[in-house]
Design a protein around this ligand. Structure first.
Ligand code: ADP
Ligand code: MG
Length: 271
């Protein structure tokens, strides 16, 4: 079976907005909906690697794949959830930045790597670190779309116009037609006026789609990683879990619209 993955980078230059939580749990629910999913940890902190790895130790990481020390397929691991694979990261990834600085085409390393794996999955998600660096540029250059988590809090909207400028620079200076899949409102509390204001302003002024699904501020989402689990494994009935399930359904619901059957013979399946 051949697939042609849709590659989605999860990015916001701010830290602590829910990038890793979204990558981990969106991936789990896309897999539960029957899609083949690969999650690439592209943050040297390796937060999601520690959740998905269980007791196994991680010798080969994304660093080894990018540095040519391991074949792409050799750094992919299965998670406990079926259809859900991941590539771990650790602090070696930070060193790669330094190694890449003098390289020609240094913005394209992850993209070239991902191209070896695209035919095996429906979705490849890339969890990016905060700030703007050669790592995040590599992540955006490897992606077809970027999903932007936005925290429903006081400073949540700050920095968004700069983020869109970054995306525009990727499109024009690096000539890469990345699309904004949408902003995703995270840590939403409907009892708080501030949360509702952030939602209202984002839906009114954000020049790209905003996902219908709101991710609530939910203790279960924050505590699941401490049990080494996705929310699907930890507490699938909780509001946070239900929200990530709905987000996955929202994304799957756009498959036909984004990738018409004429172009891919339905559901990314090529043969
Ligand atoms: P980022 O990857 O953008 O830095 P994280 O996903 O690591 O952000 O989230 C930052 C912190 O907030 C983590 O401790 C995480 O468990 C917690 N968190 C993320 N999303 C939620 C949520 N919806 N409700 C409650 N806590 C959350
Ligand atoms: Mg993170």
């Amino acid at each position: 079976m051949r697939y042609m993955a849709c590659v989605i980078a999860i990015y916001n230059a701010k830290g602590g907005v829910g990038k890793t939580t979204t990558s981990l749990n969106l991936g789990a629910y896309l897999a539960q909906l029957g899609r083949r999913v690969l999650l690439i940890d592209f943050d040297p902190q390796g937060n999601l690697s520690s959740v998905l790895k269980g007791d196994s130790n991680l010798s080969a990481t994304i660093y080894h794949g990018l540095a040519g020390l391991a074949q792409p397929a050799a750094v992919v691991r299965p998670s406990r959830i079926s259809n859900y694979d991941f590539i771990p990261a650790d602090n070696n990834l930070a060193g790669l930045l330094v190694e890449l600085v003098g390289e020609p085409e240094r913005e394209y390393f992850l993209r070239k790597f991902v191209n070896h794996l695209r035919h095996l999955y429906n979705y490849i998600l890339i969890d990016l670190p905060p700030s703007l660096s050669l790592l995040t540029v590599n992540g955006l250059m490897a992606a077809d779309e970027v999903l932007i988590p936005v925290q429903a809090e006081y400073y949540g909207l700050e920095g968004l116009s700069q983020l869109l400028e970054t995306v525009a620079l990727i499109q024009t200076n690096l000539n890469h037609p990345i699309k904004v899949a949408g902003a995703l409102i995270t840590m939403y509390d409907r009892r708080e006026r501030l949360s509702r204001d952030v939602e209202k302003n984002l839906r009114r002024y954000f020049p790209h789609p905003v996902f219908e699904t709101l991710i609530p501020r939910a203790v279960a989402l924050a505590e699941a990683p401490s049990f080494g689990k996705t929310i699907l494994e930890h507490d699938p009935a909780s509001p946070g879990a239900q929200a990530y399930r709905r987000l996955a359904e929202e994304i799957v619901g756009k498959e036909i619209q984004n990738y018409p059957p004429a172009a891919n013979f339905g559901n990314f399946m090529l043969s």
